[in-house]
Ligand binder design. Structure first.
Ligand code: SF4
Ligand code: SF4
Length: 85
């Protein structure tokens, strides 16, 4: 694809590449205090958090470890951990 100045790539295109290898931290969904608010799902820039009720998780093939899900969780039910390789 030829890039031109000012081009804005289509959202969601990171799905074309598995970006999980970029990660230095990973989110751990504790499944203890979740209230089902879905903020983690709505705020994840990769759109890879999913779940139902109070059980949410993410797709680690694409999670970049940005920590936004943990930051927005109102009950601290997501914690970031150092990625083990
Ligand atoms: S760490 Fe970032 S990319 Fe990974 S699930 Fe949370 S918000 Fe999404
Ligand atoms: S942001 Fe936290 S409380 Fe809300 S659905 Fe996600 S894990 Fe549950």
């Amino acid at each position: 694809m030829k890039l031109i100045p000012g081009l804005v790539a289509l959202p969601g295109t990171s799905r074309a590449n598995k970006t999980g290898s970029w990660r230095i931290e990973r989110p751990l969904f504790l499944h203890q205090k979740c209230n089902g608010c879905r903020l983690c799902d709505w705020c994840c820039p990769e759109g890879i958090v999913s779940g139902q009720g109070k059980l949410f998780d993410c797709d680690f093939d694409y999670c970049k470890g940005c920590g936004i899900c943990a930051e927005v969780c109102p009950v601290d039910d997501i914690v970031m951990q150092v990625e083990e390789r």
